[in-house]
Design a protein around this ligand. Structure first.
Ligand code: RB5
Length: 147
């Protein structure tokens, strides 16, 4: 349970509206917002880097990244060593992403999800613990794949 820690959040233009909705629902003070701050077209890898490098360094325990589909921004985030970014479209995958994968970044699709589902997914992601055990062994094998 990490809800007492600040969460790093960022989006591109396709995720901007959902980013603002999450800040409104959970409270802006829950997040440190690394942009974008408008609907003007930007490049999602730049925003993936802002959050993923800070989560990888331990400055933030968790991050949330949002683009139109969640695909591009999750691919970019997963290029950073130590990042396990999970693209979730429902509550079950968000729960498993934490329990089994110890995902440290939640990726969402602003053009895919309705606001209510996105809020539910985010809530589960922020309040579900990693189960460890056999899952840690698998994460160690993922780490071993990193160059
Ligand atoms: C931007 O138009 C869009 O490509 C981006 O938000 C995302 O969906 C990419 O995966």
């Amino acid at each position: 349970m990490v809800a007492y820690l600040k969460i790093a959040i960022a989006s591109d233009h396709g995720g901007f509206a959902l980013k603002e909705s999450l800040k409104k629902h959970f409270g802006a003070s829950v997040f440190t917002d690394f942009g974008t701050q408008s609907l003007d077209s930007v490049d999602y890898p730049d925003f993936a880097r802002e959050v993923a490098t800070r989560v990888a360094s331990g400055t933030f325990a968790r991050g949330i990244l949002i683009c139109g589909t969640g695909i591009g921004i999750s691919i970019a985030a997963n290029k950073i060593k130590g990042i396990r970014a999970a693209l979730c479209h429902d509550v079950f995958t968000a729960e498993m992403a934490r329990k089994h994968n110890d995902a440290n970044i939640l990726a969402l699709g602003g053009r895919v999800l309705d606001e209510k589902t996105a809020i539910e997914i985010t809530d589960v992601f922020l309040h579900t613990d990693f189960e460890g055990g056999r899952h840690q062994r698998r994460l160690d094998k993922i780490s071993a794949l990193e160059t």
